[in-house]
Design a protein around this ligand. Structure first.
Ligand code: UTP
Length: 303
């Protein structure tokens, strides 16, 4: 009898990292709260989960967690002030984040790595497949990567990672996948092995693992057995590598090849690019901002 795979309804968002690349901004504020135009980066991520049908969201938080929780909670004082002023459009914007999803929180304590952060989700997720969205990875809302990954997991079972081609000089910043073709669909591959942050010479391909996953709950048992890897942290990549082996429960691992727009908002350069790109495309701010940017690039930059 074929087993019916339960529908994926839960999203886990690890947001407990230290954000050291963005110090001192992240000394007292989580990097996920840094604004991208006028919304914190994390709100785009929760919106993406909801757009893919996942309205039960567990956020894994750590130190400085308060702003994250407050952002997705009601702010009655502010709402009352805006109501009194009759400012209904800002009132709607304030309520957007608290009405988005059913939010849950778990605290990681020590940031012992992404694998450890995912393990903190076990009591909430239990025995259902679930999605993981890294809180500092922003995928453009017009590129529905997560939906494609959920479809892929429903079709093949096991676990699914998102892969993006990167230049050789950048592969050492990512987990890297060895892949083979699956046949029919050109954007879906089978992952046969994974290496965390390899040098360009050691990398088995140009495919970097980016911050979206659909995981089988068998990953929890594997994570419990996974010893700390690079920099003493429990790496999710090491557990995925185990799942990718033949016959391991929780596998196989498939990869969805993504060539859309993605920004690592924990990286200062990418963060700036995300803001400029999204601001240029906004209906309200875009026209003025683009005109200013054109002038800035052609005049000021040459001065
Ligand atoms: P990163 O390595 O990008 O996060 O982890 P970091 O450690 O905060 O970054 P830097 O290098 O110090 O600037 C990827 C994701 O995993 C989460 C982070 O919050 C980020 O979303 N993470 C990482 C955890 O939740 N817990 C951890 O122990 C480590």
């Amino acid at each position: 009898m074929t087993q019916v795979r339960p529908r994926i309804t839960k999203a886990v968002i690890p947001a407990a990292g230290l954000g050291t690349r963005f110090l001192p901004a992240t000394k007292a504020t989580p990097k996920e709260m840094l604004p991208v135009v006028d919304k914190p980066a994390i709100q785009y991520v929760v919106e993406e989960a909801v757009a893919a049908g996942l309205s039960d969201v567990l956020m894994v938080t750590g130190r400085n967690k308060r702003p994250l929780e407050d952002h997705f909670d009601r702010n009655y004082e502010l709402e009352e002030a805006l109501t009194r002023k009759g400012d209904s459009s800002r009132l709607a914007r304030v309520r957007e984040s608290s009405d988005l999803a059913t939010m849950h929180y778990v605290r990681q304590g020590d940031p012992k790595g992404l694998g450890h952060a995912v393990l903190c989700a076990e009591p909430h997720v239990a025995d259902q497949p679930f999605a993981v969205l890294l809180g500092d990875d922003l995928i453009d809302p017009r590129d529905p990567l997560l939906t494609r990954m959920i479809d892929t997991s429903e079709r093949f079972g096991g676990s699914v990672v998102a892969l993006m081609e990167v230049p050789p000089e950048q592969i050492h910043l990512y987990g890297c996948a060895a892949v083979e073709k699956t046949g029919d669909e050109s954007d879906i591959v089978r992952v046969t092995d994974l290496v965390e942050k390899p040098s360009a010479a050691e990398a088995p391909s140009a495919y970097a693992v980016i911050g979206r996953y659909v995981l089988d709950p068998a990953v929890f048992d594997v994570l419990k057995q996974t010893p700390p890897g690079r920099s003493g942290e429990i790496q999710l990549t090491d557990a995925l590598r185990e799942l990718a082996r033949d016959e391991t429960p929780g596998g196989p691992v498939h990869g969805v090849l993504f060539d859309g727009r993605r920004y690592d908002t924990g990286d200062r350069g990418d963060y700036l690019r995300a803001i400029v790109r999204l601001a240029c495309e906004r209906e309200d701010l875009g026209p003025d901002f683009r005109a200013w940017l054109r002038r800035f690039v052609s005049e000021d930059m040459q001065a």
